[in-house]
Ligand binder design. Structure first.
Ligand code: 3DU
Length: 255
């Protein structure tokens, strides 16, 4: 089963389209055990209210992929949740392949990649090995921060047609053509979500980060066409992460 189908089924079964971004602030790397147990504690409290967990460098750097992070991936999957690695894969094809091999070996179900590197000798090897292993590739399409307009918002000349188009429109079209399992579009840009939704329809789901701490809301992202909501600090930095996740999950049910 494809990653896209697995997360759709998981979100339906669990009645939650929330992806937990399991991000923690900087901590002295010597305190690895403290970092790991804090992450495990959040997972234990939050798992009933999410359909997947996204890991970023916040945990890979201090814990290491095959020590702490692999244990977390096992815990995530033990709760029947999917594990996404937000590596923003962004290099030449041969390097991308090695990045994917390591993260898939650690058990991740999907990787986030950056379409700026293109297809041939870029993301093609990543897509091919991911499809072979039934893992997912989610592409950045329009990031949530202010400077996103400098890259994802540029007007480009399409090298194939010679016509002008917006960079993020081109990335959404590539997500369709390349068979991506999803695209990331910031909740802080609801208009971009709806522009991209018009291109993707129901073929490629939109994952929307930037909720809470970055100023976006689930309501506007949902109305604009997002299917999944990536939420980090709003949950992880709460005094009661389980309660924060439950509240968010229930607020989505009312929409
Ligand atoms: O702002 P939050 O704490 O909810 O975290 C959002 C997470 O999603 C974090 O890991 C960040 O690196 C990632 N992300 C974005 O916030 C925006 C993007 O466009 C892509 C990824």
């Amino acid at each position: 089963m494809s990653f896209k189908a697995k997360i759709q089924e998981g979100a339906k079964d669990r009645n939650s389209p929330i992806v937990l971004a399991l991000d923690l602030p900087f901590e002295n790397p010597e305190k690895k055990d403290k970092i790991l147990s804090r992450a495990q504690g959040i997972l234990t409290a939050v798992h009933p209210y999410v359909c997947a967990v996204k890991i970023n460098h916040h945990l890979v750097l201090p814990l290491g992929t095959f020590n702490g992070v692999q244990q977390l991936v096992e815990q995530i999957q033990g709760h029947e949740l999917l594990a996404i690695m937000d590596a923003k894969v962004n290099d030449i094809g041969a390097t991308n392949q090695v990045i994917a091999d390591y993260y898939y070996e650690a058990g991740f179900d999907a990787l986030i990649a950056n379409p700026f590197v293109g297809w041939e000798e870029g993301l093609k090897p990543l897509f091919e090995s991911s499809k072979r292993l039934d893992r997912g590739v989610i592409l950045l399409c329009y990031m949530s921060h202010k400077g996103a307009c400098e890259g994802y918002g540029q007007t480009i000349i399409d090298p194939q047609t010679g016509k002008r188009k917006l960079q993020y429109v081109s990335f959404a079209q590539k997500a369709l053509k390349w068979g991506a399992d999803g695209v990331v579009v910031g909740a802080t840009y609801p208009q971009k979500i709806s522009d991209i939704k018009k291109i993707l329809g129901d073929k490629v789901p939109i994952y929307s980060p930037g909720i809470g701490a970055q100023g976006g809301t689930v309501e506007t992202a949902l109305k604009a066409g997002a299917s999944y909501f990536i939420v980090g600090r709003e949950i992880t930095m709460s005094d009661d992460p389980g309660k924060a996740a439950r509240w968010l999950c229930n607020s989505l049910k009312g929409l």
